[in-house]
Structures are given as structure tokens and as C-alpha cells.
Design a protein around this ligand. Sequence first.
Ligand code: FAD
Ligand code: SF4
Length: 338
Amino acid sequence: MIGFQYVRANDVADAVRLIAADPTAKFVAGGTNLLDLMKEDVERPSRLVDISRLPLKTVEETAKGGLRIGALVPNSDLAYHPLVTSRYPMLGSAILAGASAQLRNMASTGGNLLQRTRCPYFYDVATPCNKREPGSGCSAVGGHNRMHAILGTSDACIAVHPSDMCVALAALGATVHVAGPHGSREIAMADFHRLPGDTPHHETNLQRNEIIVAVELPAEGFATNHTYLKIRDRLSYAFALVSVAAALELNDGKIRQARLAMGGVAHKPWRDSAAEAALVGQAPDRAAFVRAADILLRDAKGFEHNAFKVSLAHRAIVRALMQAAAGRPQSQSNKTIQ
Ligand SMILES: Cc1cc2nc3c(=O)[nH]c(=O)nc-3n(C[C@H](O)[C@H](O)[C@H](O)COP(=O)(O)OP(=O)(O)OC[C@H]3O[C@@H](n4cnc5c(N)ncnc54)[C@H](O)[C@@H]3O)c2cc1C
Ligand code: SF4
């Protein structure tokens, strides 16, 4: 473990001032990702700015009928919050599909957005990795890539974003509120995470001297017809091979609105507006869901060990949409609808 300084921020402005003053400082919230990365020598901040006591721990209704979630709301509190369980159950089930109870008690909303990839080469400092050390190469492209991406990859990086919560946030159309030295701004969830391109070390569009203060959900929560389906090697405490957040608004036997986002397949939560648009106006049946999966996966490309993900993702999309249409989310029986 390398030596580092520790300082506690008194308020949001103080946190921004402290991070802006030191280019090698990092915020620490729950610490469940950052401290592991420091122990593995992947991250080497000279200073930790502890934001865990800032007053960003509330979940409040907004004037627009949505929800404002403070950046320090623990994942477990959020998943079980009455406004989430009643109005945004897809978000709750995505959070509960991740990590373990102990980790969710510590993990914060903001930290979950910024957790880093689980690519094993990223953690192994003895191997080349463009994300950890720009320009060094990507060990996963010709290496063991079973868990890696099938969409939006580049020659420089084929890692996936590991979050479950973010997949539901993407499907729900969340907005990230941030504060920095020049004031506050909002970033749409769709624009928050980046594809790897030539700069896989730039993972988000958050600036280094900005802090996430909240995540806002719009009013529509798709509480009736939704599912978060996570396919993984074990039923708990495992990252997704693929996951699907699917939400539908049904009216008179037709789909009025559809949301479809995937995890485990790309460097960011993968939401596809063309696949969603293809569902609108259709009857909620298998044929429509297969078409949507075809569209979402039109550019999917597997590597040596993860080609199976393309067909797995296809089947997962269809199953998730069937569950959503039937009003029976992931853990409940999946009675087929026609
Ligand atoms: C063994 C294990 C299994 C896991 N399994 C899953 C899983 O299946 N699914 C899943 O989704 N997650 C999983 N997680 C990840 C876990 O959910 C994240 O580690 C957690 O959400 C990170 O939150 P944190 O508050 O601990 O972040 P920290 O570790 O404190 O910080 C993470 C990063 O975010 C930055 N940061 C934190 N808060 C802010 C803020 N407000 N503004 C700006 N920057 C900030 C930090 O500087 C740091 O770079 C797992 C973690 C572990 C250790
Ligand atoms: S996939 Fe990305 S994170 Fe993994 S080794 Fe390649 S560059 Fe590094």
C-alpha cells in the first residue's frame, strides 16, 4: 500500500475546492471500489478527499413528479426506499442483483456510477492495459475475454462497465447532477459514460474536479411492466455476463412506450433507441421482442471466448421483455405470453 494523505470535506464547495487543488487527489465515498484498487496498486491517489459525511443522503420527490437521489444514498437504502419499491421497482431489483448485502450497505449512488471495470488485466499491474496505462496495449483482445464486451468495442479496449444500477438508470432516463469549480450542470445518463475509442482511460464525461451530487429520475417509473434480468455464473455475488433492464407501457393490447438497456455487453450501459422505437405500436408478443433483440444486437461482435454472449444477450432480451409484458419480473415464474 502506498502512502497517501486523508482529508474530510465539510460541504460540497469544500469538496470541489479540495479536489481542484490537487490533480492527484480522489474522492472516496463508500470506498468499496477505490480502496480495493489502491490495495492492488491500480489507483495511486496522493490524497483521499472523504465525502462520506456530506449531506447528500436523501431521496426526495421533485416538482416534476420524479425523484432526486443524493449521491451518498447507500445502495441498500435506495433499493428498499418506499418511493423506489412503489414507483421504480426495476431500479430496486437492479441494485439488489449486485454485490452483497454488506457491500450494498457501504456502496453509494455516486460511487456506483464511477466504479471501474472488472477486466482482470486492469487489476493485474504486471500486464499491459490501455485503461490503466494508456498506450501499453490491451491484454484482453487476444487474451481471456469471456466477460468482455460485444458492442461498442475498440482496438484499444473491450472492457465492460460492471454496474447493475446504471443499467436501470439508463433505461429510466436518469439525469446526473454534478457540481464543479464553475458551478452546477446536468448530464443525461446516456451521455455520462463513454465508449472506449482511443482513450479508454476516459470513462465518463465527468470532469476530474467535479463531484456528483445527485441522480434524478423522471416521473415515469414503469412500475407495472418491467424486469431487470441478470444472467451470471452464480446466482449471487457475481457480475453480469449480460443483463437487461426492460420496461413497457401497455395500452389496449399495444406497446405505447418501451425502454431497453443492457449491462455486461459494453463499456457503458447500452440503451438502444432504435430497438425501443421498433416496439412502439406493436402487440407485446415474442415476434416483436425478437425483432427488438435483432435490432439492438445488429452490430454485436464476439471475441474468442465471449462469442456466446451474442446469442445469450438475444435470448435474455426476449425473456426480459416477456417478463415485463406479463408483469412478472425476474425472480417470478416466466409464464409465456403469445
Ligand atoms: C466483491 C464486489 C462485488 C461487486 N458486485 C457488484 C455487482 O454485481 N454489481 C454492481 O453493480 N456492483 C458491484 N460491486 C460494485 C459496488 O457496487 C461498487 O464498488 C460501489 O457501488 C462503489 O461505490 P462506493 O461508494 O463504495 O465508491 P468508492 O469506492 O468510494 O468510489 C468509487 C469511485 O467513485 C468516485 N466517487 C465516489 N463518489 C463520488 C461522487 N459523489 N462524485 C464524484 N466521484 C465520486 C471515487 O473517487 C472513486 O473513483 C461489487 C463490488 C465488490 C467489491
Ligand atoms: S479490455 Fe480494457 S481494461 Fe481490459 S486489458 Fe484491455 S484495455 Fe485494459
